[in-house]
Design a protein around this ligand. Structure first.
Ligand SMILES: [Fe+2]
Ligand SMILES: [Fe+2]
Length: 334
C-alpha cells in the first residue's frame, strides 16, 4: 500500500464549504469536464479543495507506508543467509525509501510541507498501511513479503499510474517498475526454498505464508460497502477499481502462484467458483484490521518509536544543512 485502500478521513475534510461563489462553481464545472475527458491535472491547475485534501491524505499515507515498510525487512538485512540475498534485500529496502521520497515530493506539490507530513506521522495522526505492524519472525518472511505484500501493492498501485493527478501518476510509474522486481525476488526466494530446501525450510515457508496471507488481503482496505469515500475518489479518477475488485484479482493470482510454489493458503473456504470464474474465499477478520489501524497491532508502537527516533537522531543533519544553506546564501548576497 501502499494504498488507495485506507479511506479514513477527518471530519474537517468531509465538510464541504456551504456557500461557493459563482466563479468557484464555474471553475469546478470546468475541472469536472477535464476529469471526464480523462485529462491529467497538474499542480498549478485549479482544483477543488476536497480533491486536494483527498490526494494529500492518500499520497502522504502512501509515502508513510513506504518508509515504515522499510522497518520489518530492514530487520533481516544483517541476517540474510547469503551475500546475494543480502544485496537483494538491501537494494529492495533502499528502493522503498526512494518510493517514500518520490511520494513526499508528489504530496508537496499540493502545498503541504514535508515537516507537516512527518509531524502527522510522528504524533500518530497520520495512518500508514496496516501490514507493516506485523512482525517478521523468520527469513521466509522476506520472501513472503515480496510475494504477497509487494504483490498486493502492485495490484493496488498499477491503476494509480493512470490516476488524474499527474505528479502522483508519474511517481507511481517509477515505483511500479521497482515493485515488480520486489515481487519477483520474493517469489524466487520462496521457490528456491520450496524446491531445494530442507523439510525445515519448507515448513518455515508454509508458516510465513500462514501468518501473512490474511493481513495481505486486508491491504486492499475495508469492503466496498464500508468504504464511504470510494465513490468520490472514483468520480475524480483517483481510484479506478474498488477495494473488493482488486482483492478478488489478487486472490485469483495468488491461488495459481501458491500451486507453483507448493504452499497451501490458510483458508479452508478458498475454492474455485465456476459460475463466477473466480475463487471464493473465507470471511476476513475485520475486527483485527480495524484494531491494527487504530494502533493496536503487534508492532504499532515499535514502528512509530523507530520513526520518531530516526527523526530525532537526524536533527543534527537538518541543523547542519540549514546552517550551510544560510552561509551559502550570505556569501551569494555579499
Ligand atoms: Fe514500495
Ligand atoms: Fe516494494
Amino acid at each position: 500500500m501502499y494504498t488507495q485502500a485506507m479511506d479514513t478521513m477527518g471530519k474537517d475534510e468531509m465538510r464541504q464549504p456551504a456557500v461557493r461563489s459563482a466563479d468557484e462553481l464555474q471553475l469546478e464545472a470546468r475541472f469536472n469536464e477535464r476529469i471526464d475527458a480523462g485529462e491529467f491535472i497538474e499542480a498549478k491547475d485549479w482544483m477543488p479543495e476536497h480533491y486536494r485534501k483527498t490526494l494529500v491524505r492518500q499520497i502522504s499515507q502512501h509515502a508513510h507506508s513506504e518508509i515504515v515498510g522499510m522497518l520489518p525487512e530492514g530487520n533481516w538485512i544483517s541476517r540474510a543467509p547469503t551475500l546475494k540475498r543480502k544485496a537483494i534485500l538491501l537494494a529492495k529496502v533502499q528502493d522503498e525509501g526512494g518510493h517514500g521520497l518520490y511520494l513526499y515530493a508528489a504530496a508537496e506539490t499540493l502545498g503541504t510541507s514535508r515537516d507537516q507530513m512527518f509531524d502527522a506521522l510522528h504524533t500518530g495522526r497520520a495512518k500508514y498501511s496496516s501490514i507493516f505492524n506485523y512482525p517478521t519472525l523468520s527469513w521466509a518472511d522476506m520472501g513472503t513479503i515480496g510475494w504477497l505484500v509487494d504483490g498486493a501493492a502492485i495490484m493496488n498501485q498499477v491503476p494509480i499510474c493512470r490516476c488524474s493527478y499527474a505528479p502522483y501518476a508519474r511517481a507511481m510509474i517509477r515505483i511500479c517498475r521497482e515493485e515488480s522486481f520486489h515481487q519477483r525476488q520474493g517469489f524466487e526466494a520462496l521457490l528456491t526454498m520450496m524446491t531445494k530446501g530442507t523439510p525445515a525450510q519448507k515448513a518455515m515457508v508454509q508458516d510465513a505464508v500462514n501468518r501473512w496471507w490474511w493481513p495481505s488481503i486486508m491491504m486492499f482496505g475495508p469492503p466496498d460497502d464500508q468504504s464511504p469515500n470510494s465513490a468520490q475518489s472514483m468520480r475524480w479518477g483517483i481510484k479506478k477499481f474498488s477495494n473488493d475488485e482488486l482483492r478478488q484479482k489478487f486472490v485469483d493470482a495468488a491461488v495459481d502462484q501458491a500451486k507453483v510454489l507448493g504452499v497451501t493458503l490458510p483458508d479452508p473456504e478458498l475454492k474455485w467458483n465456476e459460475a463466477r470464474q473466480s475463487n471464493d474465499f473465507g470471511a476476513i477478520d475485520w475486527a483485527e484490521f480495524w484494531a491494527v489501524i487504530a494502533g493496536d497491532g503487534p508492532c504499532n508502537k515499535e514502528r512509530l518509536a523507530a520513526r520518531v527516533k530516526a527523526w530525532d537522531d537526524g536533527a543534527w543533519v537538518r541543523e547542519a544543512a540549514t546552517a550551510h544553506a544560510r552561509k551559502h546564501a550570505m556569501k551569494e548576497a555579499a
